[in-house]
Design a protein around this ligand. Structure first.
Ligand SMILES: [Zn+2]
Length: 482
């Protein structure tokens, strides 16, 4: 328990938040929090449901003076990303998150804070706990395992909910009302390749130093994709020299822009100088193309042993280079009403050349379901065109941006009354649970908001105290008007 935190205003919100920090709750380990929520409901004689997946719903009747009998769903997720600096030495499944206040912030000792989404949970508990508030009937929905594929939301039986309007409290920027998100699918492709023996000098080419980042939220930042740059380098080499491709490997995660890619090629001993020149010229070209964004592009070529190895047959090398050149990568369309928000993107995230196959995965996102399907199909067709096959995972649904809705209007009015200015409305190019609920609950009117949280999912995550106070005031004002 941290008494300093518990005394911050609003006290209820910060006391519940401190309780949550005291209970370990990384994804997959949220039973303690679910027990806590059940006890919270029982102690206050509130109806509740807990499903097999660990999701909890707590129901609270409307206050006597409420204007509305139409239920409002308040939603947050109860799991957190466990990430820590080496020095923190923490077991997230057993130990609490140690927190302290620092000026306007709550910080940790080198771990994630879990303000994503503990602060959303704490605000909802404060609403449920407060007998003085004016509010419609509330269905408080706490979901599990959002951070590992929105598993709780996906498994939820929506018949537990009667509301047709929902406020998701899992956003991390106080002045922005989120009214749309993307759906996404990973398309896993496999291209059969044939190999033959070749004797020559092995050259290792390594491309590194790229920024990388989140393949949704950061796809519009103009960053380079290591798998694409390496493909271009190999195409440049292919034009000038005869080489055999031994191995190729780039990226670590579908959802991350790859920052590194490595290949091994087999060549005649005399061409190393030409390779060095091509590497140098490609490096200059890439530095020029990405100037102001990627300042540390580093490509090295080093000579290895003279040996006999299995390299791709020439026709397989051709197919591999062409398929990688053809797959769509980067940000494409933008949302018409929000020209600075990406609507559709694809990230050639992971690439592996195995003995008999080239495997690669594109993480495709779009806020328009039919466009998502179209881009996934495009990639499938390209893979098939080169003799390969593909598999699209079930993915997660999007939430198409709506410029206006009754709930948006109420939130904007409440925001204006609290802040004296207009609330900005936008959409995010990433998946949110709102997409899952929009699919499950017909005609759901949903928005997402939350206080300022910084460096989310990193050991430096911190939460603005004053932003929580204002956001909670906003939430109370919304409850009075809806
Ligand atoms: Zn979250």
């Amino acid at each position: 328990m941290n008494n300093e935190v518990r005394m911050l205003k609003p006290e209820d919100v910060f006391s519940f938040f401190d309780d949550l920090c005291g209970m370990p709750h990384p994804s997959g380990h949220t039973d303690k929090i679910a027990d806590y929520l059940v006890k919270f409901a029982e102690d206050r004689a509130l109806d509740y449901k807990r499903d097999e997946r660990g999701n909890v719903i707590i129901y609270k009747c409307s206050s006597e003076n409420s204007r509305s009998t139409e239920p409002l769903i308040l939603q947050a997720h109860i799991d957190m990303v466990p990430n820590s600096a080496d020095y923190a030495n923490i077991d997230f499944t057993k130990e609490p998150i140690r927190i302290f206040t620092d000026d306007d912030f709550i910080r940790t000792y080198g771990t994630t804070l879990g303000a994503d989404d503990g602060i959303g949970v704490a605000m909802i508990l404060a609403v449920l706990n407060d007998k003085t508030l004016s509010h419609p009937p509330i269905e408080a929905l706490f979901t599990t395992d959002e951070e590992v594929g929105m598993l709780g939301a996906a498994a939820l039986d929506a018949s537990f909910l009667n509301g047709k309007r929902m406020i998701n409290l899992d956003h991390e920027s106080e002045n922005l009302l989120v009214c749309g998100c993307t759906g996404g699918s990973d398309v896993h492709c496999s291209l059969p390749v044939k190999r033959e023996e070749r004797t020559g000098i092995i050259v290792n080419i390594s491309l590194s130093g790229l920024i990388g980042g989140h393949s949704g939220l950061e796809i519009d930042k103009g960053r380079a994709n290591a798998n694409i740059l390496m493909t271009r380098l190999l195409l440049a080499l292919h034009k000038e020299i005869d080489f055999g491709l031994v191995s190729m490997r780039g990226g670590t995660k579908e959802t991350a822009i790859p920052a590194e890619c490595e290949v091994r090629i087999s060549v005649y001993p005399t061409v190393f100088g030409i390779i060095e020149n091509i590497v140098k010229s490609c490096t200059d070209t890439f530095k020029n193309e990405f100037s102001g964004v990627e300042e540390n592009i580093n490509i090295t070529a080093s000579e290895g042993e003279f040996e006999t190895s299995d390299v791709l047959e020439s026709s397989s090398l051709d197919s591999v280079l062409k398929v990688l050149a053809a797959v769509p990568n980067g940000a494409f369309e933008f949302i018409p009403e929000l020209p600075d928000v990406v609507q559709t993107s694809s990230n050639l995230g992971v690439l592996r050349l195995a003995k008999n196959n080239l495997f690669f995965t594109c993480c495709v996102r779009s806020s328009v379901p039919s466009v998502l399907d179209w881009y996934c199909r495009k990639i499938e067709i390209i893979a098939e065109g080169f003799g390969g096959s593909s598999y699209k995972d079930s993915g997660y649904p999007g939430w198409m941006f709506r410029k206006d809705s009754p709930l948006q209007r109420s939130v904007k009015e409440a925001y204006h009354s609290v802040y004296g200015k207009e609330m900005k409305v936008s959409a995010v190019h990433a998946g949110l649970e709102c997409g899952v609920f929009s699919e499950k609950i017909k005609d759901l009117d949903v928005v997402s908001l939350g206080p300022d949280v910084f460096s989310v999912h990193t050991p430096f995550e911190h939460l603005s105290i004053s932003s929580v106070e204002r956001t909670y005031a906003l939430l109370k004002a919304i409850l009075e008007t809806v």
